[in-house]
Design a binder for this molecule. Sequence first.
Ligand code: SDX
Length: 435
Amino acid sequence: MKEETLLVRDNRTGKTYDLPLFKGTVRAMDFRQIKTDPEDFGLMTYDPAFMNTASTMSSITFIDGDKGILRYRGYPIEELAETCSFLDVAYLLLFGELPPAEESREWADKVNHHTMIHENLKKFMEGFRHDAHPMGMFVSTVSALSTFYPEARDVKNKQARKIQILRLIGKVPTIAAYAYRHSLGLPYVYPDNAFGYTENFLNMLWRMTETRYKPNPVLASALDVLFILHADHEQNCSANTMRCVGSAHADPYLSLAAAAAALAGPLHGGANEEVLRMLDEIGTVSGVPAFVEKVKRGECKLMGFGHRVYKNYDPRARIVKQTAEEVFKVTGVNPKLEIAMELERIALRDEYFTRRKLYPNVDFYSGIIYQAMGFSPDMFTVLFAIPRTVGWLAQWQELLDDPEQKIARPRQIFTGQALRHVATPAPEKVPVAVA
Ligand code: SDX
């Protein structure tokens, strides 16, 4: 077996170094031995936006961007979406295995046991303007949860962690639904734990005066699939945020609020909302060619296209498209679908996009489904944050159990002013204004 090392020659000194290769990487700290003299700090690596930097080892999610592969704990996303419930996939992401039937029922009951939120949180949410963005309400209310559970600060206590994980998974749909009802000026609907996870969410969103809401099974099942697709995605921007804030041992509510804030960015989870705005701007299928030319002139991005890791079709986008067909049988086809499909058709044949390996990502079609289901675009990222809560928590607990991890604190290349001094005042005293 060839030696698993990298031979590095420092031409400044003529010295050579054998750097061990570690799972396809070089440990950045191994570069620190490369110095020009003993006083030298040694070499660092420079990698803005972590384009080529592994920040952790993880066994949760595997992505092969070139082949368009996504697996949770080894299971292909296609199989999980086809055969499992979202809560069972949540269990898989958090504990590493799919739950046996008995455990699955117990797990769902435990989550259901935590769907209520403290009545004071309703008053907290009352403080938002009627037109407050639901993501702003979601992030703020999740962080407010930390004030109700001070014991959550004991992040090294695995038992305490488990309760917080259940509380967050149980409560995020309630907070999301309350944010939605607040924006419409409607009374909140309490959770009904006789329902499943997504049915309960639809109940809290859309129950009106009927004594008991009847969730449409096709929509509930479609939402369950969409939740599975959005549950985790290895070291994406918001997962990195969860790990960074979590590495300081902030409690899981504050860490998750930070992660949700990152997800709200239009380049990340906020893209699904931007896709709908983009489709509205294009207006009709005949408007697509002119818009594509605008993108190619660099005047705007084709939202819902491109990905840092996938340089092929995002496998989730394919499943979202299939799910759309099921939803549209109930809701009727969203006319925006035609524009989106024409956009995809043209882009996938245009060298501007193919040369940059820009394909539809998970956000390209999800908003079209959500809109057909009755959600307003400003709720789309909240619909992303609910299932991603599971992925953030799985990444967070893996971080805390990783002996190699400590508080995240990157270095920098300093490009500012060299040492200089404040000009001392002239000898005569500068008169001090006396009040
Ligand atoms: C998510 O990381 C994850 O896993 C995220 C996610 C998850 O599940 O957590 O998958 C969810 O965030 C999906 C991505 C949603 N965002 C969007 O759809 C927004 C539009 N996409 C882009 O902004 C962009 O593709 C990113 C942010 C997704 C990725 O950007 P990168 O990896 O930093 O790539 P880049 O910006 O360096 O682009 C490379 C080139 C550039 O052109 P050149 O400078 O080489 O000429 O491709 C161009 C970019 O201008 N480009 C696009 C484009 N995306 C990249 N041009 C037009 N439209 C686009 N969408």
